[in-house]
Ligand binder design. Structure first.
Ligand code: ZN
Length: 247
């Protein structure tokens, strides 16, 4: 039976790696992104460039890759008061959550993606959420998304599956996963054509890609990359971390 998937693709490192994971695994893949009034448009601009390069450098994946959908969720930006959607410094609230938290974001994303998947006949929704080394966003948690899967299936009378391949791996292992899926060519593409920086800096270049190097997203990305490079120097098995084969 042919299985098709819809990947929530933001243009960042995590969702780009998830897109490759889905193309490696499923028969047909479409992508969906959301314009929710992000302060920095560069992540959305990276989406198109990444997909185009992916098609050119990985023709077998390109043949499975179908339409890209960009949905307007401007309402979410207007009702949230977040450092990602308004001109504000990144800081921590009393709750312990950084003010980059956009309340309801992943709940809304998956609900919209499920509605689209229902219409397009997709069986699987894939997202890059992770609770291993994350910012504490409660809607990135495995339990949140498992509960949402049940709710969506009840509400749609469907049997959709939410897959989150990065949920239990850290950033070092996310780099290793990209390499195991598409070799150095995919690592290069993720490094050069994805955007993670909260401050929207896509001019300053580092060994791990573009970004300010200071914001929490850049720090996670750069630390993960440095740890992965150090592990690679120890030998390929170590670099794969938990992804590696058992001895
Ligand atoms: Zn940054």
């Amino acid at each position: 039976m042919s299985i098709s998937a819809l990947v929530l693709f933001s243009g960042g490192q995590d969702s780009a790696t998830c897109l490759a994971w889905a193309l490696d695994r499923y028969d047909a893949v479409e992508t969906v992104g959301f314009d929710y009034g992000q302060r920095h448009r560069v992540e959305l601009e990276c989406r198109g460039a990444f997909v185009q390069q992916l098609r050119e450098r990985f023709p077998a994946w390109g043949r499975k890759l179908g339409a890209d959908h960009l949905l307007d969720l401007g309402l979410l930006g207007r009702i949230s008061d977040s450092a990602l959607t308004a001109e504000r410094e990144i800081e921590f609230a009393n709750s312990g959550l950084p003010n980059t938290f956009v309340p309801g974001r992943n709940l809304m994303f998956f609900t919209m993606a499920a509605a689209l998947a229902y219409r397009r006949g997709h069986k699987v929704l894939v997202g890059g959420m992770c609770e291993t080394d994350y910012s504490g966003y409660p809607d990135c948690r495995d339990d949140t998304l498992k509960s949402l899967q049940v709710t969506l299936n009840l509400g749609l009378d469907a049997r959709l599956v939410i897959e989150t391949p990065l949920m239990w791996i850290d950033k070092q292992q996310t780099w290793a996963l990209a390499r195991s899926l598409g070799g150095e060519a995919l690592v290069d593409l993720v490094r050069e054509q994805t955007h993670t920086c909260y401050l929207g800096d896509h001019r300053t270049h580092h060994a791990w890609g573009y970004g300010c190097g200071q914001c929490p997203a850049c720090q996670l990305r750069s630390k993960g990359h440095a740890a992965w490079i150090a592990a690679l120097a120890q030998g390929p098995r170590d670099a794969l971390g938990a992804q590696g084969p058992a001895s």
